[in-house]
Design a protein around this ligand. Sequence first.
Ligand SMILES: *Cc1c(COP(=O)(O)O)cnc(C)c1O
Length: 403
Amino acid sequence: MNDKKGTLSDTNWGASTRAVWGGEPETGPDGVTVTPVFHGVTFGFANLEDWRAVALGERPGHVYSRNTNPSVAVFEDKVRVLEGAAAATSFATGMAAVSNTLFTLLSPGDRVVSIKDSYGGTNKLFMEFLPRFGIEVELCDTTDHEAIESAVAKGCRVLYLESPTNPTLKVVDISRLAAAAHAVGATVVVDNTFATPINQNPLALGADLVLHSATKFLGGHSDAMGGVVCGSTELVKRLYHFREINGASLDSMSAFLLTRGIKTLELRVERQNANAMKISRFLAEHPAVASVHYPGLESHPGHAIAARQMRGFGGVLAFSLNGGYEAMRTVVDALRLAHRAASLGSVGTLVGPPAVTSHVELSETERAAAGIPESLVRYSTGIENADDLIADLAQALDGLAAD
Ligand SMILES: *Cc1c(COP(=O)(O)O)cnc(C)c1O
């Protein structure tokens, strides 16, 4: 884990300055200006006294890469300063970050409250795994703040939130719900993957821990997987300890790629925010489009909360079409400037319908009950030029009219 507060991690800096300089050693080996991939598994010492001091944490240094590694430490510290946290620790994937967090904080007999619209893998932990360990899970309607508050008021160890959510971009009021959770002594965890630290800082809104799938916007190039959690030194120490023992550590090559990606995070996210806004406005006016889900639209039910707690509305939107699954298939297959693929947050636009990606295991009726029409498309805009993406969507939607 990483809780250093050195001169190269000044939280008064702007986001890009933090992203570029945060966590970087003042001088790298041989003066190199890019922190290398430290492939070494183990680190040697001149004598046993030095080794003992590092092993006990009395002196900075690294012992074994399952625990800490210099390439990984730079990645952790960049995210730490971007989230304005005291400490951060990293994981092999986003799901490793989610599951390590929940299994560190929860014990048999505990209760956790969350929302129905959590990420698919997280929802599986709530429905399938945590109950096996005697943990009571209550999942509330995502935008019913009164229901979440009364579930929390019954007592819980953890309140676990996401905002905006996947795939319909619902928005929850983080400070309101964090206050309710703190009144019963619960720990508040927020998955900030969709928003990124450029658009939203849950710790500043009252959360105790913020986590990311770094695989998405933080890395930003769909070429490395990782996860990260930031918060107080005390909480992050507990997470780090569980992770060093269960072994879901981030490897140094992925850390290097994620670190390189983060340096351009603000530039990418600003472009993606702008693209998603323009595309949402275009789609909202199109006669073939039934609905557009984007918190930046004034018509979005969570717009007022989003405008309060976010600085930008993010790069992901979703839309549904008049004409059901077949209309959606026609449009998605006709797109040229989009990978038909899972995931989100990359420099290249990614599209996928929940009916064949995140919600493929549900029946059509179950998807409808979850508010996911068969014609829904999740559209994660890349950094391409908005006019080209809109022209591409226009030609794909025109194909529909011609049918
Ligand atoms: C992708 C994602 C995860 C899981 O991350 P992986 O890196 O794929 O394990 C968790 N939460 C959200 C919101 C995600 O989008």
